[in-house]
Write a protein of this length. Structure first.
Length: 396
């Protein structure tokens, strides 16, 4: 007999009047979060089925792929819960719509976040469409986020657990698709989720969380992308242009990065950490500075592409909070329409504003949408780049 300490709060999803026998298909990954999501939905009275999404076809040498073991874990836990498990292959869509973009962004000197694109193109498009076509009324995932119905809108809210909140990754999903979605874990903490799994003796209860980008798995990031990107060596320079070393390619670095630069103690320099301050695509120069308080590491704002609004509530000039990376604090900012997208001005300068990452907009706990960062705003950086002869882009 299943005994739960916590039950699914149906009211949170605005589903209190939904017939309990509605069919819900859960994306089962073989991890504890999706396992508990399925368990809670079944206990709440829904007709629950699981689908294991095969998003990656491993063809790279010397790369460890965990999908086979994950599928075995998914099968075992679905047997325990008492729900059927099916498998669906989205690897072609993933390659074309997510991974190719991931590689091209790296080549362009950006730092992409493919998990955001995966949610937009795979989980809440290809997977959602597949499930609805097979008769599902809703899909469910193990994301730590909440939903709240509001008239014609379905609003995306932060999960209750601040350490696990995943609304940042979901900002490119459409509100109309969220209407067909349930997030059973939105009001739970990670500790509570593991407790539920342990109380019910689920085989995934002690399985470690996957960390980082989904298709990279246990592999080292640079080793993995090196199979696809190769090398494009360049110089490592300090801010005045003095050569400190060489690197294998700008695509292996991100702004603000401290570890893995390949510089130990540099003769005649202070024993302080080096940080990536600039990547110049034209020359392949990598500029590094010492200390995380260096002015070149900070920006007053950023330029972004046109904003994706979850509920099409288009705004042009407004105050809000903006989060520029996962698990960073959302900071106060002023957002205004510019000639080529939007300009985001922070109330206080922010560290390592990184092109390719997302600037996600919040109003209190609600995620309104977001956009990809195109470039930073910093007069200190502009003056330095001009003095060094580097190109930079400032938009009107």
């Amino acid at each position: 007999m299943i005994i739960l300490r916590f039950t699914l709060n149906i009211k949170t999803q605005n589903l209190i009047n939904v017939e309990k026998q509605k069919k819900v298909i859960v994306g089962i990954s073989g991890g504890v979060d999706s396992s508990v999501s399925a368990l809670l939905l079944k206990e709440a009275g829904f007709d629950v089925q699981g689908i294991f999404m095969k998003n990656w076809t491993n063809s790279a040498p010397n790369i460890e792929c965990t999908s086979e073991q994950d599928f075995k874990d998914a099968e075992e836990v679905c047997d325990q819960i008492g729900i059927p498990l099916h498998q669906a292959n989205f690897s072609s869509d993933y390659w074309d719509k997510v991974f190719k973009k991931f590689l091209s962004d790296h080549h362009a000197g950006l730092t992409p976040n493919p998990d955001i694109l995966c949610n937009k193109e795979i989980k809440f498009r290809a997977f959602l469409d597949y499930c609805l076509e097979t008769g599902a009324d809703f899909i469910a995932t193990g994301h730590y986020a909440r939903l709240k119905g509001d008239g014609d809108y379905m609003r995306l809210l932060r999960g209750f657990d601040p350490k696990k909140d995943q609304s940042y990754f979901l900002h490119q999903v459409l509100g109309k698709d969220l209407k067909k979605t349930i997030f059973p874990l939105g009001e739970l903490t990670k500790e509570q989720v593991r407790s539920i799994a342990q109380d019910n003796n689920l085989t995934t209860s002690m399985k470690k969380d996957s960390v980082g980008i989904c298709f990279i798995g246990k592999n080292k990031y640079n080793d993995f992308i090196g199979n696809f990107l190769g090398k494009k060596p360049g110089k490592i320079l300090d801010e005045s242009g003095e050569k400190l070393g060489v690197h294998d390619g700008l695509m292996y670095f991100t702004l603000g990065q401290r570890q893995g630069i390949g510089l130990g103690g540099v003769k005649g320099r202070e024993q302080d950490s080096w940080y990536v301050a600039h990547k110049d695509i034209d020359s392949d120069d990598l500029t590094v500075v010492q200390g995380n308080s260096h002015p070149l590491l900070y920006s007053d704002g950023c330029y972004v592409d046109d904003i994706h609004w979850i509920n099409e509530e288009v705004q042009e000039n407004f105050d809000c909070k903006v989060q520029i990376r996962y698990q960073s604090e959302a900071v106060r900012a002023r957002v205004s329409k510019s000639s080529e997208g939007y300009k985001v001005k922070f109330i206080e300068p922010q560290l390592a504003v990184t092109p390719g990452q997302s600037a996600v907009i919040y109003r209190d706990d609600e995620c309104l949408g977001g956009s990809i960062i195109k470039d930073r705003i910093s007069k200190i950086y502009y003056d330095w780049a001009e003095n060094r002869g580097y190109n930079y882009q400032a938009y009107g």
